[in-house]
Design a binder for this molecule. Structure first.
Ligand code: SF4
Ligand code: SF4
Length: 257
């Protein structure tokens, strides 16, 4: 388990498996998981789970070594799969922010952009979420143990929401729900509590963010508010970034991720 630029939430999702994690003892050797104890970052492994985005020159070198030392690499969570909240700096001049924030900017070595793991090395599986769910991590582990490739479906949250029988907050209350463009996997947690999804699982496959942006505008959101919904967690995801750029914020809608 390797950590890069992140909040540790995805590692906690793994630890939250609790007894299920203990049950893996004897079947799985956890050789590197600094947050839980074992420390061997250079070990050669069958499966490396990676949390976090790549945002410094040191992290570029380190992720290349992780890739070299792992048969399978799993990127987990918003940071590792699209650059995370910290990809908001991709919309600005990171060096200006560093200069304004730190008394000795020369001591801070960061790249201009926060990028997903796949921008630097081959990734075998991406797990969505901010954070990922414990279930998704454990299902991936179970698949590896069975020798079967884990499923990587990214259907839309609306499908999960409808299967759960939740009333649609967008249709019934005009709430600015991101469900039509967001990947399923959380169990439609927020609509289940009567709240609009804010997109923490990132873009679903075949999503149409432009169409949702038009719907949100019809609900009364101004372009800046729609952009904030698209960019808050997944500013580095091309599908959301390009839709936000088309709303006129000047962001280049980059090809990262
Ligand atoms: S509440 Fe949101 S996720 Fe659920 S069906 Fe409506 S738009 Fe989709
Ligand atoms: S409903 Fe949306 S914002 Fe809420 S947990 Fe699920 S993906 Fe994240």
């Amino acid at each position: 388990m390797h950590k890069f630029g992140s909040c540790d939430g995805c590692q906690l999702a793994f630890l939250n498996a609790g007894e299920a994690l203990l049950a893996l003892a004897g079947r799985v050797d956890i050789v590197h998981f600094a947050e839980a104890g074992p420390y061997a970052p250079e070990a050669r492994v069958d499966v490396a789970f990676v949390e976090g985005s790549i945002g410094t020159p040191e992290e570029v070198e380190r992720i290349r070594q992780v890739r070299e030392h792992a048969r399978v690499l799993v990127a987990m969570g918003a940071c590792a799969t699209s650059g995370g909240v910290q990809a908001l700096r991709n919309l600005a001049q990171a060096s200006d922010w560093v200069a304004r924030t730190y008394p000795d900017p020369g001591a801070v070595h960061v790249l201009a952009e926060s990028r997903p793991v796949s921008a630097y090395v081959a990734v075998d599986l991406e797990l969505a979420g901010c954070p990922v769910t414990t279930r998704a991590v454990m299902e991936a582990v179970a698949s590896f143990l069975r020798g079967a490739p884990p499923a990587a479906a990214r259907e839309k949250l609306c499908l999960e929401c409808k299967r759960a029988g939740h009333p649609c907050v967008l249709v019934t209350r005009g709430a600015p729900c991101m469900g039509p463009v967001t990947a399923a996997g959380c169990g439609a947690l927020c609509p289940g509590l009567g709240r609009a999804c804010y997109g923490c699982f990132g873009p679903a496959e075949l999503s149409e963010p432009d169409a949702l942006a038009a719907r949100l505008a019809a609900l009364g959101l101004d372009p800046a508010a729609v952009r904030r919904r698209l960019l808050s967690i997944h500013a580095g995801a091309p599908a959301f970034a390009r839709a936000a750029a088309r709303l006129g914020n000047g962001h280049r809608g980059g090809d990262n991720g």
